[in-house]
Design a protein around this ligand. Sequence first.
Ligand SMILES: *Cc1c(COP(=O)(O)O)cnc(C)c1O
Length: 463
Amino acid sequence: MKENNYNLKKIPSVNLLLEKLSAQFPQIKPIYLKRIILFELDYVREKPQRFQLNKIDKAEFQHKLIERITEQIEILLEGTLKPVINATGVVLHTGLGRAPINPALTQKAAEIGRYTNLEIKLGNGKRGERTDHIASLLRILSGAEDGLAVNNNAAAVMLMLNTIGRRKEIILSRGEMIEIGGSFRLPEVMKISGCKLKEIGTTNKTHIKDYQQAVSKKTSAILICHTSNYEIKGFTHRPELTEIVELAHGSDLPVIFDLGSGSLEESEKFGSNPEPLVSEIVEAGVDLISFSGDKLLGGPQAGIIVGKEKWVQKCAKNHLLRALRLDKFILKMLQETLISYLYGGQVFKRLDSLNALTKNTEELKRRSELFIHTLPEQLQIQMEIVKSTGKVGSGAYPTLELPSWAVKVTPKSMRAERLGKKLRNSARPVFSYIDNEALFIDLRTVNNEEEKDLRKALIEILR
Ligand SMILES: *Cc1c(COP(=O)(O)O)cnc(C)c1O
């Protein structure tokens, strides 16, 4: 203990550090610099062993500490959120921000950065609604009567449930009681939306008569949830969607469908495991449908609600919408994403996420080979092209793996883990994946400009 105290005496005073660091960072307001220093000193005192105070003298420690604080300030000034290269092959990678947005589209959003007609109609100068900017697009693309958008699909589900089911019961099959990564658990969402969950059926089987028996005076709606991230196979049953709709409408109840990763475009291009199309769910007579903006839609983070005008307007009038509404940049990106769908099949070229999901496998193989050939031969690695499986990610298509090719990199002078770490910490961070002592680079999710940076990073680390 005594020795510890003795060591703590080596810690320099706040004023001394402030003096040295303000000379280095004159642009930072002194009060903020002081807070940074205090924060770092707490960090030292909390665990002095981290600095091996017993092994170094006062001057040396002071030098080390200033170095550390300088580094921390540089990180702060640079901003920690930055563009990275996704070489994992997982297209909608939640940790890497889900759908990649094409720069041409981001540019459109940047253009409205100053002032924009967000809530004013250009025609008469009167007040408009921000959702006006996407409502017609949503109607045209989904075939629904009306539509609006909020922060994310979790918010969309909350808004629908709170609008329709507050202080009432909502019926849900036990086979659809989902949890999505990032703490979206349907029973909890219901609770905070003020609804009472009426569970029916069993995990594997729910019959139409289960729905029939559950309907009572307290019922406000039937909820259906797309099981995005799992599949129940074997001895299973769920009624046809149209059966449920018919039953609900017979009792004047709306049907709400949380579609998760709704798709607006024919999805056979994605492979053999098609997700339901939003327009099909609309056609089946469902009253309110919600889906994410940044899953298969391929746009910014948002939650979209489409459905019957009566119910969508009820949601639009809920005061909760004020807390869940979209920011102008996101709204613009969403608008541009939706406009891209008007061009039919071309949408697969216009939206980077859809492009990555539908990449030609042979082309990927050729690109991977070329990637290897364009790297200098003397690099301390062994490389080969191997078959791999890209993934959709983000709970869309739970069982679908995209046939893919990857570059398998086996470093000679370090472990694959270490190479992975170095790549992550390069000027333009690169995310790859490690398997069995080798590092894999999947170019499916890497564009041409990123590929150049990726090559540069590899050369820098390995030459
Ligand atoms: C992904 C998903 C959600 C959550 O959507 P976010 O856009 O991530 O908020 C909710 N329900 C289902 C069925 C989903 O797949």
